[in-house]
Design a protein around this ligand. Structure first.
Ligand code: ZN
Length: 372
C-alpha cells in the first residue's frame, strides 16, 4: 500500500509573511515560501492522497510550477513532520481512545515508514513481570498500564504498613495490614479492567523462585532489594538464562539509579561486579561485605525513601522500557548505571560496564536472534 502523507497535527504549521513556520518540540522549523508553493503542498498533505495523487493535484492547482513535489515530501518526511495516514493498526476503538495521548507522543516519532500504532502495539503485546509492589513497584505498575501494557504479573509477599504511604501510591489507609498483592491487583485491575493482572504472593529466595515468575515473559522490572545484593544476582541469573531483558534500580538516599540488562547484548550484573572488582583487595572487601549482608548482620532497615525520587526512578525505568520496546530511541541504561541526583536533579551515567567473555552467568549466552 502506497503511504498517504499527512502533516502531523503534533507539528502545527503557521503561515507567517513569506515563510511557513512549523512548530516542533521546543524548536521552530522555518521554510521560505515567497511563492506559496510550500503552503500549497501542505494543504494537500491531509492524508487523503498518495504521493502520486498529491503531485497530480499540485500540478492542477499550480500549472507551470517547477516545484519538486516528491523531493519536498521526502524532505518533510526526513524532518519528521509527516506520517502515513493509512498506517494499519490492530488496536481496538477503545484502545485508540484510551491511548490517544500516547499515540500523539508516538506520532512525533512516526514517518511514512514508521507506524505510531505499531509502537503502541509492541507495548500492548509485551508480557511484563514486576518483582515487588512497594514504592517503585507502585509507580511502575500504574505507569506500565498507562503506557499500554496489557499483561502484567506482580510479585510481592509483604503487608501494607502506615510508613509505606509516603510513596506507595497503590495503597490506601484501608489497606494497612492487608497483603500488598491483593490490594495491588484490585487497584490495578480497577485502573485497567481489560488488562490481565496476575498477582503472585511469594517471597523471592532463590534463582528458581524468580525463574517461576519470569518464564515466558518478555520483560522484567526488578523493584525488590531484599535480601540486599543477593536478590539482584538471582534476578540477573534467572533473566539472563531465560533470555529476558530486565531493568532494575532503586532509590539510594539522595539519588535514583537504574540499569538495564539485555541478555546476549549488554553485560549482566555479574559482569558489573567483576568490572568493579578491579583489584584483589577491593574484591575481598566486597565479598566480606556481601557475606555480612547474607547474614543480615551488617545491614540496618531502609529509613530513607523520598517519594519524589521514587517517582523519578519510575519515570526513568518506564521511559527506558518504552524506548527499548518501541525502538523509537536507544535505551539509556543498557549496560550502564544511570543516576539522578537530588542535589541538582541532573541525570547522568554513574557507571558503565561491558560484557565479559568469561562471565559465569552470561559468558555463553548467544545474542538474541534477529527473528525474536
Ligand atoms: Zn555477565
Amino acid at each position: 500500500m502506497a503511504p498517504k502523507p499527512k502533516f502531523k497535527v503534533t507539528n502545527p504549521a503557521y503561515d507567517v509573511n513569506d515563510s511557513v513556520l512549523v512548530h516542533q518540540c521546543g524548536a521552530m522549523l522555518e521554510i521560505d515560501d515567497p511563492d506559496r508553493t510550500v503552503r500549497g503542498l501542505i494543504a494537500l498533505l491531509d492524508g487523503s492522497r498518495t504521493v502520486e495523487e498529491i503531485e497530480q493535484a499540485f500540478r492542477e492547482r499550480h500549472p507551470g510550477s517547477d516545484f519538486d513535489v516528491r523531493a519536498a515530501v521526502t524532505q518533510f518526511d526526513e524532518a519528521g513532520v509527516i506520517e502515513d495516514a493509512d498506517a494499519p493498526t490492530t488496536l481496538t476503538p477503545y484502545e485508540l481512545e484510551r491511548f490517544k495521548r500516547n499515540l500523539g507522543f508516538f506520532e512525533t516519532y512516526a514517518s511514512l515508514t514508521a507506524n505510531k500504532y505499531a509502537m503502541q502495539e509492541r507495548i500492548k503485546d509485551c508480557k511484563v513481570t514486576l518483582l515487588g509492589v512497594g514504592g517503585v513497584g507502585s509507580y511502575v505498575s500504574l505507569s506500565l498500564l498507562g503506557a499500554g501494557v496489557r499483561d502484567l504479573k506482580v510479585v510481592d509477599f509483604d503487608k501494607v504498613e502506615l510508613s509505606n504511604l509516603n510513596r506507595q501510591i497503590l495503597y490506601s489507609e484501608a489497606d494497612i495490614g492487608q497483603p500488598k498483592i491483593e490490594a495491588a491487583v484490585n487497584r490495578l485491575q480497577g485502573y485497567y479492567a481489560d488488562a490481565k493482572i496476575t498477582g503472585v504472593e511469594q517471597r523471592l529466595t532463590s534463582v528458581a523462585d524468580i525463574e517461576n515468575v519470569i518464564t515466558g515473559r518478555d520483560f522484567v522490572f526488578c523493584a525488590v532489594d531484599r535480601p540486599k545484593m543477593h536478590v539482584i544476582q538471582w534476578v540477573n541469573e534467572a533473566c539472563v538464562r531465560a533470555g529476558v531483558p530486565f531493568i532494575g534500580g532503586g532509590v539510594e538516599l539522595q539519588r535514583s539509579v537504574i540499569y538495564l540488562v539485555i541478555p546476549g547484548v549488554t553485560g549482566c550484573t555479574q559482569c558489573w561486579r567483576l568490572a568493579r572488582a578491579d583489584d584483589e583487595d577491593t574484591h575481598i572487601l566486597r565479598e566480606q561485605m556481601e557475606a555480612r549482608h547474607l547474614e543480615n548482620t551488617g545491614i540496618g532497615p531502609d529509613m530513607a525513601a523520598f517519594g519524589p525520587l521514587v517517582s523519578v526512578l519510575n519515570s526513568l525505568m518506564v521511559t527506558d522500557f518504552v524506548r527499548f520496546m518501541t525502538n523509537i530511541a536507544p535505551p539509556i541504561a543498557a549496560g550502564r548505571l544511570i543516576e539522578t541526583r537530588f542535589d541538582d536533579m541532573s541525570t547522568r551515567q554513574a557507571e558503565q560496564w561491558d560484557r565479559l567473555p568469561g562471565c559465569s552467568v552470561c559468558g555463553d549466552i548467544p545474542p538474541p536472534s534477529l527473528a525474536s
